[in-house]
Design a protein around this ligand. Structure first.
Ligand SMILES: [Zn+2]
Length: 386
């Protein structure tokens, strides 16, 4: 998700990254604290002090966000869910889970760990602020502590709103999952709450805009928009993970796919394989030996008038350039390959034998089982004609 994020360090084996967009929020926070918040609270203090206070508070906020995400990550690892990395970005922090929690109970504790950490931090900073106020006159230090107490409380409360993918939304999902035993339905409901909340924030933004608070309004619109996209994207990703978890390519591939003999002419190939079976990716096989594949992009490079006298064998893509996977590959890894390589169709090979074909369409069909169609295996041979 964050391709430009820079790795800062590793804490307890977790990679800590910062996305360049974090600098936007860091400067905004420093600016608004040094120009508005601290001057209002401590009007008799110098501008330099306000700026130092703002910088310390911003770094404090950075550390608190990190601790919030670390809390999610430590609990996740404890429960056997791997964490890819922790990234800070414009809207806060994100711990990327390497897999789905296997039970509602695990999901519940992982989700709750972050806000629990923020509440603990809020309480800790409140105690610190009180003790500094009592013991000395170092008002700037006490005010920074008090700001961090407030911001951590706000972070905890905002994240506890039951709107997926916020932590509260995950808690809600865990609760519904636990109650009904249906992780997909639970994800759908929690994501719907997420969308409603996102629209609510955007509506507040519009109201602020009409009230003349341009910056505040735009900020709400941005956060709302981000949450809307995130709710939709994470819910589909979660659905995909839930449907495909533990499944391998074998479970979703088309076994015994339509194949084509290299002696077939292109016009026969188009009519008998592509149009008739509605496929665009066809393995080329001769006497049981796989030679490569044909797809629509190969045809695009050849004039239609030559289709009648060009054979598949003259133009097909050889094995060395054909995308291949094994039937034992996890579907999640196939999804990763599709996302990273941009290829959408693969031949499934085992022991030098063609076992099937798997495509992005097979993945989508499993997400919408009602759209599953029956497919008959068939070989397109030049001797066929109809
Ligand atoms: Zn969180």
């Amino acid at each position: 998700m964050f391709s430009n994020a820079v790795k800062l360090c590793s804490i307890k084996g977790f990679d800590i990254k910062v996305d360049p967009s974090w600098l936007v929020i860091a400067s905004l926070v420093t600016w608004s604290l040094s120009q508005h918040y601290f001057p209002k609270i401590l009007p008799d203090t110098t501008k330099a002090t306000h700026l130092s206070m703002a910088l310390v508070a911003m770094l404090g906020l950075f550390s608190c966000l990190l601790l919030h995400e670390l809390a999610h990550s430590v609990v996740a690892r404890h429960l056997g869910v791997p964490i890819k990395s922790i990234t800070l970005f414009i809207f806060g922090g994100m711990a990327e889970l390497g897999a789905e929690p296997s039970s509602a109970r695990d999901e519940f504790w992982i989700a709750l760990a972050g806000p629990a950490m923020s509440i603990a931090l809020a309480f800790g900073f409140w105690i610190l602020a009180q003790s500094v106020w009592l013991s000395s006159t170092a008002a700037p230090i006490a005010e920074v502590f008090s700001y961090l107490a407030i911001i951590n409380l706000v972070l905890a409360l905002f994240n506890l709103v039951p709107a997926f993918p916020l932590d509260g939304g995950r808690v809600l999902r865990a609760y519904l999952w636990h109650r009904n035993g249906n992780v997909l339905a639970a994800t759908k409901t929690a994501a719907r709450f997420g969308e409603i909340f996102a629209y609510l924030i955007m509506a507040l933004g519009v109201v602020a805009l009409f009230g003349g608070a341009i910056a505040l309004g735009l900020w709400h619109l941005m956060i709302g928009g981000f949450m809307l996209v995130a709710a939709r994207a994470s819910s589909s990703a979660q659905m995909a993970r839930a449907v495909f978890s533990g499944k391998s390519v074998r479970a979703i591939m088309t076994p015994d796919p339509v194949t084509v003999n290299p002696d077939t002419t292109l016009s026969h190939f188009v009519n008998l394989a592509m149009l008739r079976h509605n496929v665009s990716f066809v393995p080329v096989v001769e006497d049981g030996v796989l030679l490569g594949h044909m797809d629509a992009s190969v045809l695009c490079g050849i004039d239609r008038e030559h289709w009648g006298n060009t054979r598949v064998g003259d133009v097909f893509v050889g094995l060395e350039q054909s995308p291949m996977v094994t039937p034992d590959l996890a579907v999640s890894e196939l999804l990763e390959m599709i996302l990273t390589t941009g290829r959408r169709k693969f031949m499934v090979m085992q022991d030098h034998q063609l076992r099937g074909v798997v495509t992005l369409a097979d993945l989508t069909r499993h997400l919408n089982p009602e759209k599953m169609r029956c497919r008959r295996p068939e070989t397109v041979d030049p001797t066929h004609s109809d």
